[in-house]
Design a protein around this ligand. Structure first.
Ligand SMILES: C[S@@+](CC[C@H](N)C(=O)[O-])C[C@H]1O[C@@H](n2cnc3c(N)ncnc32)[C@H](O)[C@@H]1O
Length: 269
């Protein structure tokens, strides 16, 4: 298990800065509106066992990772500043990479649902499902979709072994997930995506730019992310190819991000 350093730049400098920048009113508003115990009970799959790589880690400096309401309520205000120059532009670049009009969309590792909300707005007729391991993150996602009047189904589960049916989606979006999963889990998630997509279906991966950030040492030191180094050392294009995907294409998005799209091949008869 990767140990998280205690003296990261995050702890020393960024945590205090983000602390000042956080939109406290929005956080308190969401916190007050959500009955955490009730919502987490409702959103959690009974008898669920969390994977060790997820439960025992801190992610971006939050003790205990995503399984608490502090992580869930601070995620959106932090992400606003963690995706320069503009979070919405980066999410819209991922939406722009989608071909055609998908009808059944899965947002894997959906977190607080920001990308799922973008997807539902871009494709209002599509059935959109967001899946995440944290019921706390899903509680915020559900709160946000209700506030926005958007009908999105929220599902608790592991992206690498979902309870969802074979070939039940024609688009899978994976945003900002793979820099937080160990390499073997990333590969298992891509195999699961292949199973879940219909033939000809597409996958879009939006995350940190592996080629550009690989050699920038301070990136891993700044963001307290236990699997970021591994993510940057690998190439998502090779992982997609190994999972069976074809027509794999990447583009840089504002230097520090990338969008990769690929298709599940149509079987020839
Ligand atoms: C950095 S957040 C990204 C959230 C969202 N996709 C976005 O674009 O803002 C990573 C999310 O992935 C979830 N996650 C991590 N490992 C997962 C797994 N194996 N299966 C499902 N969700 C996972 C975490 O709970 C967290 O909500």
């Amino acid at each position: 298990m990767t140990a998280v350093r205690q003296d990261t730049l995050w702890k020393r400098f960024l945590e205090p800065i983000f602390g000042v920048l956080l939109d406290r009113e929005a956080i308190q508003q969401a916190d007050k509106q959500i009955d955490w115990e009730k919502e987490c009970d409702r959103l959690t799959t009974p008898h669920f066992i969390y994977p060790e790589y997820y439960q025992l880690q801190n992610f971006h400096g939050i003790e205990g990772g995503y399984l608490n309401k502090v992580a869930a309520t601070t995620y959106d205000p932090i992400t606003r500043y963690a995706l320069p120059p503009n979070e919405d532009w980066i999410r819209e670049a991922a939406i722009a990479a989608i071909a055609g009009q998908p009808e059944s969309i899965l947002d894997l590792g959906c977190g607080t649902g920001s990308m799922a909300l973008h997807l539902k707005r871009a494709f209002p007729e599509a059935k959109v499902t967001g899946l995440d391991l944290s019921p706390y993150m899903l509680a915020i996602a559900d709160y946000k979709s209700q506030q926005a009047g958007l009908d999105i189904h929220w599902q608790h589960g592991k992206a690498e072994a979902t309870p969802l049916r074979d070939r039940s989606f024609d688009l899978i979006m994976v945003a900002l997930l793979f820099h937080e999963t160990p390499p073997e889990i990333t590969r298992a998630i891509l195999r699961e995506c292949f199973r879940l997509l219909s033939e000809g279906g597409q996958i879009i991966v939006s995350d940190g730019n592996q080629k550009n950030l690989r050699h920038v040492e301070w990136v891993s030191n700044i963001f307290e992310e236990p699997y970021l180094q591994d993510y940057l050392a690998n190439t998502i294009e090779a992982d997609l190819g190994a999972a069976g995907f074809a027509a794999v294409q990447s583009q840089d998005v504002w230097w520090a991000n990338q969008v990769t799209r690929a298709n599940k091949p149509v079987k020839s008869i």
